[in-house]
Design a protein around this ligand. Structure first.
Ligand code: BJW
Ligand code: ZN
Length: 233
């Protein structure tokens, strides 16, 4: 029995790999709220601070590895193939490194740079704070290729099509505090999908899901994937 599944992941799935979430604990980066460093206004006001935030996180990626939750989703793709789409809000590359291939990064990627002059997007694994030249146009106008508040997330057309066709929507490790991702559960449910939340604790949108399991993703996701694998045999 193959079903169409859309999995939405957030910072919580990468927490056990050692990457900080946005809204747990004090939710601060060197005294800044995410809202202070993740807006176009913050970047124009203080580009050095915003570059430092992203350059630090890009460097940190080199020292972390996928955890059992990322690996379980890659195993699920082996079973479901094209019937699984992972939509991640995360800008890390841990899903890809775990082996997932059908991944959409709706909030962009740390390992990509976007040029404010020519709008080119370039694979990038170095710092951006030292004003490197854009490979496309030569200007020193590269910025992190991430989606800040007030900007349009990537690939919403692909995501919305998958949501209306889905039989099952699963949100993993996301607080449900940021739209449009926080609205995907309603969209999928309205189109007829069953919905499941896997999160450390109840999210802001927990009440909208048909079912919710609470605990660490590194335990819950492999258990859920094993359930799906058993049903698919
Ligand atoms: C664990 C765990 C473990 C911990 N195991 N779990 C409608 C209503 C109100 C406002 C709006 C609205 N529509 C749009 C807005 C405005 C705005 C918005 O949502 N504002 C809110 C603050 C209210 N949205 C936007 O501006 C978006 N753009 C937009 O809407 O464009 C126009 C549009 C209109 C209509 C349709 C479509 C488009 C853009 C949002 C961009 C967000 N950008 C950031 C930064 C990205 C780059 C970066 O990484 O720095 O994205 S902000 C930050 O939040 C980041 C994340 O992807 C995002 C979500 O955070 P996430 O992943 O949920 O993390 P946390 O920390 O919040 O939660 C972690 C969870 O994990 C917790 O629940 C823990 O319990 C759990 N956890 N350890 C399992 N081990
Ligand atoms: Zn350029």
């Amino acid at each position: 029995m193959l079903v169409k599944v859309v999995v939405l992941t957030g910072a919580g799935i990468s927490a056990e790999s050692g990457l900080a979430t946005f809204r747990d604990a004090d939710g601060l980066w060197q005294g800044h709220h995410v809202d202070d460093v993740a807006t176009p206004e913050a970047f124009h006001r203080d580009p050095a601070t915003v570059h430092r935030f992203y350059d630090d996180r890009r460097r940190e990626l080199r020292s972390v590895v996928p955890n059992p939750a990322h690996l379980a989703l890659a195993r699920l793709e082996q079973v479901l193939g094209d019937e699984l789409l992972v939509v991640t809000q995360n800008v890390d590359d841990l899903h890809e490194r775990a082996g997932s291939r059908r991944v959409v990064h709706m909030h962009g990627e740390l390992l990509s740079a976007l040029c404010d002059s020519c709008q080119g997007r370039f694979a990038w694994d170095d710092d951006l704070g030292d004003a490197p030249a854009c490979p496309g146009c030569g200007n020193d106008t590269l910025r992190p290729d991430v989606v800040w508040f007030g900007e349009m997330p990537y690939d919403l057309d692909v995501i919305e099509r998958a949501l209306v066709e889905a039989d099952l929507f699963v949100a993993i490790g996301t607080s449900g505090a940021v739209y449009p991702a926080a609205g995907f559960v309603r969209m999928a449910a309205l189109a007829g999908a069953k919905t499941l939340e896997l999160n450390l604790d109840p999210s802001e949108t927990s009440h909208l899901f048909d079912d919710a399991r609470h605990g660490p993703a590194g335990k819950l996701v492999p258990e859920w994937v094993a359930d799906v694998q058993a049903l698919s045999r």
